[in-house]
Design a protein around this ligand. Structure first.
Ligand SMILES: [Zn+2]
Length: 408
C-alpha cells in the first residue's frame, strides 16, 4: 500500500485497476487446471442442422442484446444518481441508516428500471417454448428476488458507511474480508436458506438412479453429500444440474427436467461431471480464488469511489451510489478473467466424467440434446464466450469427448 501511495495522484486509480486485473489473471493462471487431451476443433454444423443453429442463434442474439440493454440501463441509472445525489443523502442525520436506505433503494430502482427488458426477455424465452411458468408466478419470483436484494444490499450499505467512517480510505481492507466471509457463509447457507424460497428440493428416492449415483460416487471415492431433485419444471423446460453448498450442506442438485427427458446413461454422465467437481473440491477452490482476488478488487473499488463520489462526501452515505457504480464497472471485468478459470474447471469435470463412465458417445449425445432443448448456441461468437462464458461451449465439450475417444 505504501508503494501505491507514493505514485503520482493521477496514476493511483489506473494503477489500482490494472493491479486488480493482473492479480485476477495471475490467480487464474496459477489455479487453472490443464486439461489433457485438448478438445478437437469441430464445426457446429457437423452436429447440428442449419435450422437448429439458426433457431438458437436468433434466440441467443436477441437475449444478449436485452442483457446488454439491462446492463446499460443499470449503469445509466447509477451514473445519474452519482452525479446528482439526492439531498437527503448529503445531509443525513443518521448516516448508517441513510446508507442502508440508499443501498436498498438503489437495488429496488435497478430491478424496477430493468423490469421491462426482463419481461421482454422472458417473453422471447416463452416464444421458443422454454417457459412453463405463469406471469403471476414470474411476478412472485421477481418480488421475492427484490425482497432478498433489499435485505442484503441494505445490510451492505449500512456496513459500508460504518467502514467508511471508521477506516476512511482504508475501508477496502475490512470490506474485502467481509466480501470473502459473505462468500463463505452464503455458500454454506444458501442451499438450505434461500434456494427453498424459489424451488422444492427432494432427496432422490431409493431406486435404480439413486443406487447408480451412490455406486458411481463410491467408485470415484467421492463423498457426494445428498443428491436432490429440484422442481425446475415449474419454471422452465431447460435441463441442468449443479453442485452447491459446503461442509454439511454439500450436495448435488439435478433438475427434474433432466431426469424426465434424458436417458439413464446421460443422467449418469451428468452426475459423474458433478462428482468431478466434488473430487477436485471446486466449490472451496472457488472461495480461495475469491479470497485472492477480493483485496485488490476492493482496493480498486475504493480508489474509483474516491474519484466518483461527491467531493468532501467520500466518507458518508453520499458515497454509497459511487461504490455501487464502481462495483458495477469493475466486477464484470474481473468476472471475464475468472470465467477463464471457470471454463477450465468445467472442462476438467467433463474429463473426469469421461474417465469415470468411459462413455464419450453419451457425452456427445447429451451435449447435442441439451443444447437443442435449452435453445443454446453451441458455438457462440468468441467475444461473447470470452466475456460471459462460465462453461466451455457445446462444441468444445463435444471436441473433448472426440479427443478422448480418439486417444483410447
Ligand atoms: Zn460443472
Amino acid at each position: 500500500v505504501r508503494i501505491v501511495y507514493s505514485v503520482p495522484a493521477r496514476l493511483r486509480l489506473p494503477l489500482a485497476i490494472v493491479t486488480a486485473l493482473v492479480v485476477a489473471e495471475a490467480a487464474t493462471l496459477l489455479m487453472r487446471p490443464r486439461v489433457v487431451p485438448r478438445p478437437v476443433d469441430v464445426p457446429a454444423r457437423a452436429y447440428f442442422s442449419p435450422q437448429e443453429l439458426e433457431r438458437a442463434r436468433d434466440f441467443r442474439t436477441g437475449q444478449l442484446w436485452l442483457y446488454g440493454g439491462r446492463v446499460a440501463v443499470e449503469l445509466a441509472l447509477l451514473v445519474v444518481i452519482v452525479r446528482r445525489p439526492p439531498r437527503r443523502l448529503l445531509d443525513a442525520r443518521r448516516p448508517v441508516l441513510a446508507g442502508a436506505a440508499a443501498a436498498a433503494a438503489l437495488s429496488l430502482a435497478v430491478t424496477a428500471a430493468t423490469l421491462p427488458l426482463s419481461a421482454w426477455s422472458r417473453e422471447r424465452a416463452k416464444d421458443v417454448g422454454l417457459v412453463t411458468q405463469s406471469w403471476t408466478g414470474w411476478a412472485g419470483d421477481v418480488a421475492k428476488g427484490a425482497a432478498i436484494g433489499v435485505v442484503l444490499t441494505g445490510a451492505g450499505g449500512a456496513l459500508l458507511v460504518v467502514g467508511l467512517r471508521r477506516f476512511g480510505p482504508r475501508w477496502w481492507a475490512p470490506g474485502a474480508a467481509l466480501v470473502v466471509a459473505f462468500g463463505v457463509v452464503t455458500t454454506v447457507v444458501w442451499p438450505v436458506l434461500l434456494d427453498p424460497i424459489f424451488n422444492r428440493f427432494t432427496p432422490l428416492p431409493a431406486g435404480a438412479l439413486r443406487s447408480d449415483v451412490l455406486r458411481l460416487a463410491d467408485r470415484a471415492g467421492v463423498k457426494v453429500g445428498e443428491v436432490y431433485e429440484m422442481d425446475a419444471s415449474r419454471r422452465t423446460t431447460a435441463a441442468n444440474a449443479y453442485v452447491t453448498g459446503l461442509g454439511p450442506t454439500k450436495r448435488v442438485v439435478l433438475y427434474d427436467t433432466l431426469l424426465e427427458d434424458f436417458s439413464p446413461e446421460e443422467v449418469r454422465l451428468v452426475v459423474a461431471h458433478e462428482l468431478g467437481h466434488q473430487h477436485h473440491r471446486d466449490v472451496p477452490r472457488g472461495l480461495l480464488y475469491l479470497a485472492i482476488v477480493a483485496p485488490l478488487g476492493m482496493f480498486a473499488v475504493a480508489r474509483l469511489t474516491e474519484r466518483l463520489a461527491p467531493a468532501g462526501r467520500e466518507r458518508g452515505p453520499a458515497a454509497v451510489p459511487a461504490v455501487a457504480l464502481s462495483i458495477a464497472l469493475l466486477v464484470p471485468a474481473i468476472t471475464a478473467i475468472s470465467n477463464q478459470l471457470s471454463r477450465a474447471v468445467e472442462l476438467r469435470a467433463d474429463r473426469y466424467a469421461l474417465r469415470l463412465t468411459g462413455d464419450a458417445e453419451a457425452l456427445i449425445g447429451f451435449q447435442r440434446r441439451i443444447t437443442i432443448q435449452n435453445v443454446s448456441d453451441p458455438d457462440p461468437p468468441a467475444v461473447v464466450r470470452f466475456l460471459l462464458g462460465t462453461h466451455p461451449t457445446a462444441m468444445e465439450r463435444i471436441g473433448l469427448a472426440l479427443a478422448v475417444e480418439r486417444g483410447s
